[in-house]
Design a protein around this ligand. Structure first.
Ligand code: PEP
Ligand code: MG
Length: 596
């Protein structure tokens, strides 16, 4: 769910409470280690004599060159499993020489006759509102890349040595203005307990990596580097997105206990992770993992996933600066499919644009990107790009158990057009004699209300439905997934959502096609009685939720959930649904929560 827990308990005397964004769950307690103090904060302005302007410009160029050398070195040192993130750094290297930053700074030194630091600061402060006012969250987040790059130049101009995360030799909590993907990838898990940053959104690259490293992280704290000093004692609460600075004895004990309980629970759940998720009355439910990056396949396997229920392939496109080639795609898909075989891997085709814009594909600014040329709409408009991906998927399908999933279908024609392209692609591979497997299931994401309504018609053409509640809620209830202002309305237990899930489930049963849920709704234990009651027998989620959900399933009887579901569907509001759900299942699931 995209909602942000905004509960801030009053801070006790002597301690300071900061509220940010809960980027990665868990609790850690430890000493603060400042990676950098919010960049170079004090920038002095001084004028440069005309005769020295050339030298000043050269000083700037040398700092840029040094920054570029540093980045290239980090890229070279980035371990294989973080190569995707090294691609982001390659973008940073390019940004260093971008006209709007590089040329503008040099022009400003010349025109204003000022020192390089001042010129850079002026240019960056003009760029900030341009990015921050962009309606598209992806582009807004690109501001952090610019801030990151300009901080590096500034540090090199001032001669301030950057902290090398690799040299940290004690167990600490990192505090940074922002952690670049390179810095994050240098984190040694045995030395870093968690991290907190001033910048970054949950959807930022840093947030994505934090979750894949599985250490507690809170981002977007805004003032962390100003309010936290080296060696301050911190409690990082990655569930609530809170940081306590120099906590009271009472809070230390409380959080230490909470941390201990959480770890015991995780350990207990992990022991049962590989066993099947079988209900009390003997029904086996398939619990699978969602992944963004191919490396996460290992996490799904280790957490006991019955397969990959959603492989969000767009991240491979988002981290580079050009379209990946057929071979690059095939190579990654094949890895995932082989690691998971014989378990299924549901590969979703490119779901770009909307909140996942890819800079090199953007043709024109869209006023409403979420309702724009997103996902299958983009692919149908760019068949050559779509075909490249389909070729890679069809080739990877030779190596294991692959299913194809099409995102954001909103009409019957889109399904027909997609299948036509699929056939043409398979025919072309076969006539070229390239090994491929066209006998794979083709399913669609059900995440647009028109598809729910038309489900019976669309079911004629597909092998399975996968319900994407994240977008289904966004599109049916008119709630922008990215917008914190309306996050409190984003509730999967809304009766309208339950009724839509019921309709899709009924159609799947009547027509005999497969049914799964891969939206975030499936990753929360309290929703499981509802999903079982509505007939969902396959669900996919963030890998670390798999053991938790399996344990929840084992505490339930499907028959009981089916007897209960009528009562839930009859409620008028989400709060009413939650009330009857808590009353019937609160005790059974009380041990299955990430939060206290
Ligand atoms: C969804 O919309 O529920 C979904 C699983 O897809 P994504 O979150 O990638 O849009
Ligand atoms: Mg979606």
């Amino acid at each position: 769910m995209d909602s942000v827990n905004k509960t801030v308990e009053p801070e006790a005397e002597g301690e300071t409470l900061l509220q940010g964004l809960p980027a990665s769950p868990g609790i850690c307690i430890g000493k603060a280690y400042l990676v950098h103090q919010g960049g170079v904060t004090v920038v002095k302005k001084y004028f440069i004599h005309e005769s020295k302007l050339e030298a000043e410009k050269n000083r700037f160029k040398t700092a840029v060159k040094k920054s570029s050398d540093e980045l290239r070195q980090i890229i070279r040192d980035t371990p294989e499993e973080f190569q995707e993130h090294a691609d982001i750094l390659k973008t940073h290297v390019m940004l260093l020489n971008d006209k709007m930053l590089y040329n503008k700074s040099i022009d400003t030194i010349e025109s204003d006759r000022v020192n390089a630091e001042w010129a850079l600061r002026k240019v960056v402060s003009h760029l900030k509102p341009v990015f921050m006012n962009m309606s598209d969250g992806y582009f807004r987040d690109r501001w952090y890349d610019i801030a990151n790059v300009s901080d590096r130049i500034m540090r090199n101009l001032s001669g301030e040595a950057p902290v090398d995360i690799r040299n940290i030799d004690k167990r600490v909590i990192l505090v940074a203005q922002d952690l670049s993907p390179a810095e994050t990838s240098q984190i040694h898990l045995e030395r870093v307990k968690g991290f907190v940053t001033d910048l970054g959104g949950i959807a930022s690259h840093t947030g994505i990596i934090a979750r894949s490293l599985q250490i507690p992280a809170v981002l977007g704290l805004e003032t962390a580097t100003r309010r936290i000093k080296n060696d301050d004692l911190l409690i990082v609460d990655g569930f609530k997105g809170q940081v306590l600075i120099n906590p009271t004895e009472e809070n230390l004990i409380r959080y230490e206990e909470q941390r201990g309980r959480f770890e015991i629970r995780i350990a207990r759940m992990s022991r049962g992770a590989q066993a099947p998720a079988e209900t009390l009355d003997g029904m086996k439910i398939r619990v699978m993992g969602n992944i963004e990056l191919p490396e996460e396949v290992v996490s799904v396997r280790d957490h006991g996933g019955d397969g990959i229920g959603l492989y969000r392939t767009e991240f491979q496109y988002m981290s580079g600066n050009r379209f990946p080639t057929e071979f690059e795609l095939y190579d990654k898909y094949r890895d995932v499919v082989e690691v998971m075989a014989p378990k299924p891997v549901v590969i979703r085709t490119l779901d770009i644009n909307g909140d996942k814009a890819v800079s090199y594909t953007l043709q024109s600014e869209e006023a409403n990107p979420a309702m724009g040329l997103r996902a299958i709409r983009y692919c149908l408009k760019k068949p050559e790009i779509f075909k490249t991906q389909l070729r890679a998927i069809l080739r990877a399908a030779v190596h294991g158990n692959v299913r194809l999933l099409i995102p954001m279908i909103s009409s019957y024609e889109e399904v027909l057009a997609t299948k036509q392209i699929f056939r043409e692609t398979a025919d072309a591979l076969e006539s070229d004699g390239i090994p491929c497997n066209r006998n794979i299931d083709i399913g669609i994401m059900v995440e647009v209300p028109s598809t729910v309504i038309l489900a019976d018609i669309i079911a004629r053409e597909v092998d399975f439905f996968s319900i994407g509640t994240n977008d289904l809620i966004q599109y049916s209830m008119a709630i922008d997934r990215q917008n914190r202002q309306v996050a409190h309305l984003f509730d999967p237990l809304h009766p309208a959502i339950l009724r839509m899930v019921k309709r899709v489930s009924d159609v799947a049963k009547e027509t005999g096609i497969g049914l799964a849920m891969c939206g975030e709704m499936a990753g929360q234990p309290i929703n499981i009685p509802i999903l079982l009651g509505l007939g969902i027998e396959e669900m996919s989620m963030n890998p670390r939720s798999i053991p938790l959900i399996k344990q929840s399933i084992r505490a339930l009887s499907v028959q009981e959930t089916r007897d209960f579901i009528g009562e839930a569907l009859a409620q008028s509001t989400a709060a009413d649904v939650r009330r009857v759900l808590e009353a019937a299942y609160g005790c059974k699931l009380s041990d299955n929560c990430y939060t206290e």
